[in-house]
Design a protein around this ligand. Structure first.
Ligand SMILES: Cc1cc2nc3c(=O)[nH]c(=O)nc-3n(C[C@H](O)[C@H](O)[C@H](O)COP(=O)(O)OP(=O)(O)OC[C@H]3O[C@@H](n4cnc5c(N)ncnc54)[C@H](O)[C@@H]3O)c2cc1C
Length: 419
């Protein structure tokens, strides 16, 4: 969400954008590969930052839901429709070239052909969720020692017309119905979550594999060992039940934070601290996840079912405005950041991490990038010297288009004269 909203916003403000995505579809956790629905609210604001997000948000009725409800094709079409964006799918950014402590270029590996491309630019935005680009560029980052929120591989099941067999395998965990919650409404939801104390990048595939083992083992318990048999209305012990989808890509919630000039904390949010560069309204509760002790017996050393603990200090009808200074690196001068890797503490991430909120971060970053281009400035200088210009652009509707930077320059000049 952060990546494509940044790209669209920058493009509509006259910037030329290369949108680099390592997977075959846009949307990250909100794509059909992971199937998280976009949450967060759009309370009244002086800044219509939600416009762009409302254009192509998912229409999922539940999470997870069938693939088509996540609108991969629509997202791609909207991006391709923007003349200023060149989209690079299946392009994993794996290296960064530095020059005078700034990022000069990012190298991308085409995951289908192994071709390596070099993308040079005056400005970069790290919207990888993991803070990949920031890490490679030597940006200051912060990762919780342990007890982070984990990764989920959600899943779906259904009852067919015919009996469906499911093989029991030696590598499966020996689970009973006490070890996992019944997958109500035919899906395994967000709380099939693991990896709390493992490294979210180095152990990423290990955590995903553990999630897959947990799901297959639970399904084996239901299909072959009579777990939850009493819930099967036809007393067929899930004879016709079949797994219809299991995410092969893990959805990560928390990796590391790229530190900016402000590191937003839980206290700031709860106490309503005011910042002069306040912009995106966060509305979700401070929602942090922990291993669920009810289901620890099945795998005490590597829990795979979580629970959420909510601090509801955020008023969702009003929201709390996140400052712009959370959206750029404090020590790599040409690096923006948007999404779940922005400059916040672990606790503050609990509220800012939902996708409608994250989309609005991208909209702000796109506009700030355009100001950097017009003024030949850094993201920090936008705060120091051009905050009125940023505020002016933030008041403009999402459909506003400046085809070129020259067009934007004229509009900013006119706004200056008018004020
Ligand atoms: C199971 C689950 C349930 C959740 N529930 C909700 C919910 O109900 N509602 C809600 O709004 N939020 C929910 N969240 C949180 C939300 O999904 C994330 O906080 C949000 O998706 C983060 O958005 P993002 O754009 O920062 O990162 P991501 O969605 O992680 O996207 C990052 C993108 O960058 C790409 N990328 C990463 N590294 C590279 C690289 N090196 N090169 C090129 N591309 C790269 C990835 O492929 C991906 O497309 C949930 C999360 C999970 C995992």
């Amino acid at each position: 969400m952060a990546g494509w909203s940044t790209a669209i916003s920058a493009a509509r403000n006259g910037c030329k954008v290369a949108l680099i995505e390592s997977r075959q579809v846009l949307g990250g956790n909100g794509s059909s590969e992971v199937r998280v629905w976009a949450m967060g609210d759009f309370p009244p604001s002086d800044y219509p930052l939600s416009d762009i997000i409302e254009e192509f948000m998912d229409e999922a009725e539940v999470s997870p839901a069938p693939a088509e409800q996540f609108g991969d094709a629509k997202k791609e079409a909207v991006v391709k429709d923007e003349g200023n964006i060149t989209l690079f799918l299946n392009q994993h950014a794996f290296a960064v070239e530095m020059e005078d402590e700034e990022i000069a270029a990012v190298h991308g590996l085409d995951t289908r052909t192994s071709e390596v491309r070099r993308f040079s630019a005056p400005l970069f935005a790290d919207c990888t969720g993991h803070g990949w680009i920031a890490s490679k560029a030597g940006a200051d980052t912060q990762m919780e020692e342990g007890g982070r929120m984990g990764m989920s591989n959600m899943w779906m099941w259904g009852n067919g017309e015919e009996p469906a067999a499911f093989p029991q395998k030696d590598w499966m965990l020996s689970l009973s119905e006490k070890d996992f919650p019944f997958p109500v409404r035919f899906h395994g939801q967000w709380f099939w979550e693991a990896g709390f104390d493992q490294h979210p990048i180095d152990d990423l595939e290990k955590i995903r594999d553990w999630n897959l083992i947990a799901v297959y083992s639970a399904w084996n318990a239901m299909k072959n060992k009579g777990a939850y048999a009493e819930r099967d209305p036809a007393e067929k012990q899930f004879a016709n039940a079949d797994l219809t989808w299991l995410a092969h890509i893990g959805g990560t919630r928390e990796t590391q934070q790229v530190l900016g000039d402000v590191i937003l904390t839980e206290e700031d949010i709860v106490e309503g601290k005011e910042f002069p560069d306040a912009c995106v309204l966060t509305t979700w509760s401070i929602d942090l996840h922990y291993p669920n002790e009810t289901y620890l017996k099945g795998a005490p050393d590597n829990p795979f079912i979580s629970k959420a603990v909510h601090n509801r200090a955020v008023d969702r009808k009003v929201g709390y405005p996140i400052p712009y200074r959370c959206f750029y690196s404090r020590n790599v001068p040409n690096l923006f950041t948007a999404g779940r890797n922005i400059s916040v503490t672990h606790e503050a991430l609990g509220t800012v991490r939902v996708m409608k909120t994250i989309g609005m971060m991208g909209v702000v970053v796109g506009k700030a990038a355009a100001i950097c281009t017009v003024k030949d400035s850094t993201p920090r200088e936008v705060y120091e010297d051009y905050l009125p210009e940023l505020k002016f652009l933030m008041t403009q509707p999402g459909e506003q288009r400046y085809e070129t930077i020259e067009d934007l320059k004229k509009a900013l000049g006119e706004a200056d004269r008018a004020s």
